[in-house]
Design a protein around this ligand. Structure first.
Ligand code: CNA
Length: 234
């Protein structure tokens, strides 16, 4: 903790790279913890349901699962989201790169947020590209349809889909320019997102995660603790 505090005090281009673990303390379950989505029972594995081919094949089932498990509306940012927004306002943090789709970093006040996997807050008609808010998806029964008849699809990156090129590019630029890379609340198993941390060139790569990750040996400092307990000391 002392090393982390010193490194943070000495840095002014911090980049935070996070995942679902950042929002578990706001009440949104992650995918891979014991109480995460992957350890709950469904007819198909979650990777199958939230894939592009499944979305095309059975949109009815997809939206049932999506509404119940992936549409995190009404949750509030926690201490980690808030502290990161504060650092950005103070000029210490240059960007948040997130795999999350819940919009909680922006809700906490963060401005430069690169959402690698999109956001549930944006939804578009697949035919005419008309925008729809998340409440539209939540409130309509069955498959959400646009006035033009097209299916309204959440702007989230499904398995088998590629990441937005501009978001990817800006994330890489920020990570390459970072003086401290804080990686937290992610199992670092979803690619290409997880591979982005390899673009960091410095020697202050910090990993904060409750469980071990495949990158523990690659980091300069590893804390196997909950984010709330770490961030409440910063
Ligand atoms: P993951 O694979 O579920 O891993 C989460 C990691 O966070 C695990 O290794 C946990 O040990 C760790 N963790 C959980 N809670 C805490 C905590 N309070 N403090 C410290 N560590 C904690 O999630 P990833 O983000 O790595 O996987 C990528 C997927 C998950 C992305 O595609 C996301 O879109 C997707 N996802 C997002 C949300 C969200 O937007 N809130 C929720 C669930 C899943």
């Amino acid at each position: 903790m002392e090393t982390l505090k010193r490194w943070i005090a000495e840095s002014n281009r911090i980049v935070f790279f996070g995942g679902a673990g950042v929002s578990t303390e706001s009440g949104i379950p992650d995918f891979r913890s014991v109480d995460g989505l992957y350890n709950q029972k469904f007819e198909y594995p979650p990777e199958t349901i939230i894939s592009h081919s499944f979305f095309r094949r059975d949109p009815e089932y997809f939206f049932r699962f999506y509404r119940e498990k992936m549409l995190p509306l009404g949750f509030e940012p926690n201490i980690t989201h808030k502290k990161l927004a504060q650092w950005e306002a103070e000029g210490k943090l240059s960007a948040v790169v997130t795999q999350n789709i819940d919009g909680l970093h922006q809700k906490a006040g963060s401005k430069r947020v690169y959402e690698l996997h999109g956001s549930v807050l944006r939804n578009y008609c697949t035919r005419c590209h008309q925008f729809y808010p998340a409440e539209f998806i939540r409130d309509c029964p069955g498959v959400p349809k646009c006035a033009c008849g097209g299916i309204v699809k959440p702007d989230v990156v499904l398995y088998e889909e590629s990441l937005d090129a501009e978001t990817l590019e800006k994330s890489i630029e920020a990570i390459q320019a970072a003086d401290l890379l804080l990686v937290a609340g992610t199992s670092l198993t979803v690619y290409p997102a997880a591979g982005l941390i390899r673009y960091y060139r410095g020697d202050r790569l910090v990993l904060i995660n409750r469980d071990e990750t495949p990158y523990d040996g690659y980091a300069n400092l590893v804390l196997h603790q909950s984010l709330g307990s770490v961030f409440s000391q910063l």
